[in-house]
Design a protein around this ligand. Structure first.
Ligand code: ADP
Ligand code: ZN
Length: 625
């Protein structure tokens, strides 16, 4: 059944169907390998262009008579738009999910069994049903099963951050239909997760394609928390007015509160979390995808599979669990390749909370140990005084040079020698334990170091300790930073309900003066009422997003007209605007200003079907009066 000679040329499909002139990066190699019937595991960052890696082989194999490709995708809420985008490009695609009526589902099943579909999208729980497996069996026996594409493949691994038990049974596909090629794709996987995916999906024979994880258009900014909501508001107002963004918060309550607060401040913000009524949640997601400039406040429940290309920023008000999560979440910004920002505010409480969540989780000690290691890597990133991107990429096993597009590269932070301060804090913690047999929390520690007479100080007679007031010359924010970094570096741990501090074995190195601690200077305290900038960088990315940046006034007017036209089309098709045509394509149309269909055919993003469907209307918008 593998007859490479008869496959249409993938590049022709790319140009004809999708309207793109060339493959990016490893796409060509992946597409060739899979079209020829090989198995593949593809690791590519968000926005790297994973979809085409299975869509083009699917089309090629169907045209060569191999039948349908089954695409496993975890989120039924997004299948409608994914399939809509393929239909817009003239590809016979459909989905099966629980949102459909029995008649609709039966119609699609008939289309599939008759070999009229290139691609069928389905959730893993559907694939494991006896009915669906029987249908696959029937296709298989007739040689009409072309390919399995498993999207978001990290969901099969417990080390990934989105484990879904239904994914485990996908190994069944290989057991039942051993000679059908498979392609598994993910944007996130460190070494353990990678190995786990291969083992659980039985992809030992697959060729592994690992693209660079760099997202050069994303600028990384990490600021110290100091009235985080106001920091966030300034960041949005100063740098992302009227642009689409996502604000991640840890709890549902905080999601609601943040959205409400931002709305009161005049930001077009919505909430999204798993505890919301599912209708409302879907409505918010649809609005985010379909309208311009919405800020979505969300828990991590929001995002996987959201392929809106023009998200201009992703903000974290709470520390994620690990770098994979951080990278995955921030990666949702700037899929279109235009400048975007990843902003995070973090502080002492984040460090303490994340540690406690690990400690208190019901998992095995081995699992906790892995989680702690992952958190440590994230803390090191947050405390870093050198290039954030170099650290991010090295976490994923890539070497790189300082990027020039992160906060630390743009504004190298001031540092100070905190060795002595660290020793003071550590010996004070030691004194607490020595005198009482137990520890105290960070707040009290700082009071004692600074010599602040509180009730608690009097109660425990801590003004009698040798460490009383030895750190009076440093301010409270500086002490908080020192303690946070001591925890981040593993010299101090927090324990119990009151987050009391204790020394670890390695604290000795610091006390003996064997290590020197260079720390990031805490940023100046917020000057309220004077509109101070967001503690981030002074050079903000070009406004009105780069897509429109080089349009002159006339081209800008054409761009705006095209957008208005597109919005009407999108509404009548019930799809997000970017599924009809992306902003990049509209901008190029506005710039090139084609006068004929032939001239328009060369524009990136306009394939044969779109030219046929929209060409005349676009000429009318551009040239009609
Ligand atoms: P991923 O699934 O890896 O996050 P997508 O498949 O959504 O990425 O692709 C990201 C964006 O890049 C999409 O807008 C897509 O149309 C565009 N794209 C992908 N490959 C190409 C290409 N070869 N030429 C031009 N644009 C491309
Ligand atoms: Zn950098």
């Amino acid at each position: 059944m593998k007859s490479p000679n008869h496959h249409p040329v993938p590049l022709d499909i790319l140009q004809e169907v999708f309207g793109y002139s060339a493959f990016r990066g490893q796409q060509a190699a992946i597409v060739d390998h899979v079209t020829e019937g090989g198995d593949a595991l593809v690791l590519m960052p968000t926005g790297g262009g994973k979809s085409l890696c299975y869509q083009i082989p699917a089309i090629a194999r169907q045209r060569a008579g191999h039948g349908v490709t089954v695409v496993v995708s975890p989120l039924i809420a997004l299948m409608h738009d994914q399939v809509g985008a393929l239909e817009e490009a003239g590809v016979a695609a459909a989905f099966l999910n629980s949102s459909q009526s029995l008649e609709e589902a039966q119609h699609i099943e008939r289309e599939m069994l008759a070999g009229r579909l290139s691609m069928l999208y389905a959730a893993p729980e559907r694939i494991n049903t006896p009915r669906f497996l029987a249908q696959l069996q029937s296709l298989y026996e007739r040689g009409k099963l072309a390919l399995f594409a498993i999207d978001e493949a990290h969901c099969v691994s417990q080390w990934g951050h989105d484990f879904r038990s239904e994914y485990l049974s996908l190994s069944l596909l290989h057991e039942r239909f051993p000679d059908i090629p498979r392609i598994a794709l993910t944007a996130t996987a460190d070494d353990i997760t990678r190995a786990d995916i291969i083992e659980r999906l039985q992809l030992e024979e697959a060729r592994v394609f690992i693209a660079s994880f760099d997202r050069p258009n994303i600028r990384y900014l990490i600021v110290e928390k100091d009235k985080p909501r106001e920091q966030l508001l300034r960041f949005i107002q100063d740098e992302h007015e009227d642009e689409a963004g996502v604000v991640y918060c840890q709890s549902r309550k905080k999601v609601e509160e943040t959205a409400e607060w931002l709305r009161a401040e005049g930001i077009n913000a919505l909430a999204y979390h798993a505890g919301m009524d599912s209708e409302l949640r879907k409505r918010h997601q649809d609005r985010f995808l379909r309208e311009d400039g919405i800020v979505m406040c969300a828990t991590v429940a929001f995002g996987m599979g959201i392929d809106k290309p023009d998200v201009r920023f992703v903000a974290h008000l709470d520390l994620p669990k690990n770098i994979e999560g951080y990278y995955q979440e921030t990666g949702r910004a700037g899929r279109d390749g235009e400048p975007a920002q990843a902003w995070m505010a973090y502080g002492l409480a984040d460090v303490v909370n994340q540690r406690r969540m690990i400690d208190e989780s019901p998992s095995t000690e081995e699992f906790k140990q892995v989680q702690r290691g992952k958190l440590d890597a994230l803390l090191a990133l947050a405390e870093a005084i050198d290039c954030r991107r170099v650290r991010l990429l090295s976490y994923f096993g890539e070497e790189s040079e300082p990027c020039g597009n992160c906060d630390n590269c743009l504004n190298p932070p001031a540092t100070w020698d905190a060795t002595q301060a660290a020793q003071m804090a550590l010996s004070c913690i030691y004194r607490f334990h020595k005198s009482h047999g137990y520890g105290f929390g960070a707040g009290h520690l700082i009071d004692v170091l600074r010599g602040k007479e509180t009730d608690k100080v009097r109660q425990y007679a801590h003004d009698q300790l040798s460490t009383w007031a030895i750190g009076a010359s440093l301010g409270e924010p500086q002490w908080r930073a020192v303690i946070r970094q001591l925890i981040a570096l593993g010299y101090v741990v927090t324990e119990g309900e009151f987050n009391t501090l204790s020394l670890t074995e390695s604290a000795r190195e610091v006390l003996r003066g064997e290590v020197q601690l260079s720390m990031r200077q805490p940023s100046a305290p917020t000057r309220r009422g004077r509109g101070s900038r967001s503690g981030s960088s002074s050079s903000k990315p070009s406004r009105a997003s780069a897509v429109e940046a080089d349009l002159d006034d006339e081209a800008q007017a054409r761009f705006d007209q095209l957008k208005a036209w597109r919005s009407g089309v999108a509404k009548s098709h019930g799809l997000p605007a970017y599924v009809i045509l992306q902003n990049v394509t509209l901008a190029e149309l506005a710039r090139v200003h084609p006068g004929t269909l032939d001239e328009m055919a060369g524009i990136s993003g306009i394939g044969a079907k779109k030219l046929e469907a929209y060409g005349e209307a676009i000429l009318e918008v551009l040239n009609g009066d």
